[in-house]
Design a protein around this ligand. Structure first.
Ligand code: DHB
Ligand code: FE
Length: 280
């Protein structure tokens, strides 16, 4: 049977990708950030998952305000990296796992979630950067297939944290019932605290970020019960992206063990965090 190996959380700040593009990995500014991911890279190397379900948001690069799905599931054979305006990056296309994508859509609809179905789309830093952080950038092909879950966290009204947690539980059912023996990881991406615009531009909250990296493992029900406004107040307007980690956490068992965790501030204007969890 298909099997969930673990849940991974990470920031997806675009400047992380830009730092890699510009060969800045080992500069004094970036080395501590990237070094913090090395244990997670080894975890991936040891477990070699077949399929990564990546929960992320497009940042008006492939979807725009003319159509904003609250939830969408990728059922494409392939996802090209989108050019976000600085030219194409040397990131290979991502192979999709369309059979699981359709099975996930089916399972979601059976459980009263009604996602948009996407068969052609490009993916931005929200997916590219987490993949590079955990797998490293391959010269030719990624060693894992991806199934993107797109969440609207930009256009009011964004979904409730509790809804995302429940979606994660349905995702887990879909994985457990998927025929075959493929292994899965689920990635929750975005955050941690940051606000890119408005009166609080530049806001970060390292104390709340560190607490989140603890609570997402051991008190997820509490985090799922927070209001959206509390996320925005605590983590900043864009830090509310953190609600997407609840999909990943909902897919795991209630009891987890934390294998790896890392926090670094600031990456660009953002508190940057990572976690690797397995079912206890
Ligand atoms: C930035 C963009 C993001 O999508 C994010 O999650 C954090 C930071 C940025 O442009 O700096
Ligand atoms: Fe983002």
């Amino acid at each position: 049977m298909a099997r969930l190996l673990g849940g991974l959380g990470t920031s997806h700040v675009p400047s992380i990708g830009a730092a890699l593009d510009q060969g800045l990995r080992d500069t004094p500014e970036w080395k501590p950030f990237f070094d913090g991911y090395e244990p997670a890279r080894r975890w991936i190397d040891e477990h070699r998952p077949d399929i990564a379900v990546v929960v992320f948001n497009d940042h008006f690069n492939a979807l725009f305000l003319d159509r904003v799905p609250t939830f969408a599931v990728g059922c494409a054979a392939e996802y090209q990296p989108v050019d976000e305006g600085w030219g194409p990056r040397a990131v290979p296309p991502f192979e999709g796992a369309a059979a699981f994508g359709w099975h996930l859509v089916d399972t979601l609809v059976e459980h009263m979630f009604d996602p948009e179905i996407i068969q052609e789309i490009k993916v931005d830093h929200g997916l590219q950067v987490p993949m590079e952080l955990f797998w490293g950038r391959p010269a030719e092909a990624w060693p894992v297939k991806v199934v993107p879950i797109f969440v609207n966290v930009l256009q009011y009204p964004i979904p409730l944290p509790a809804r995302l947690y429940d979606l994660g539980k349905v995702l887990r059912r879909a994985i457990d019932r998927h025929p075959g023996d493929e292994t899965f990881v689920v990635l929750g991406t975005g955050g941690l605290s940051h606000q890119l615009q408005g009166a609080r531009a530049g806001f970060v909250n390292p104390a709340a970020d560190r607490r989140f990296l603890e609570d997402i493992a051991f008190r997820p029900d509490e985090l799922a019960g927070w209001s959206r406004e509390r996320y925005i107040e605590t983590f900043g307007g864009e830090g509310a992206e953190l609600i997407m980690w609840l999909v990943m956490r909902g897919a795991l068992d209630p009891e987890v063990v934390v294998r790896h965790r890392h926090y670094f501030v600031p990456a660009s204007m953002t508190g940057a965090g990572m976690i690797v969890m397995e079912n206890a």
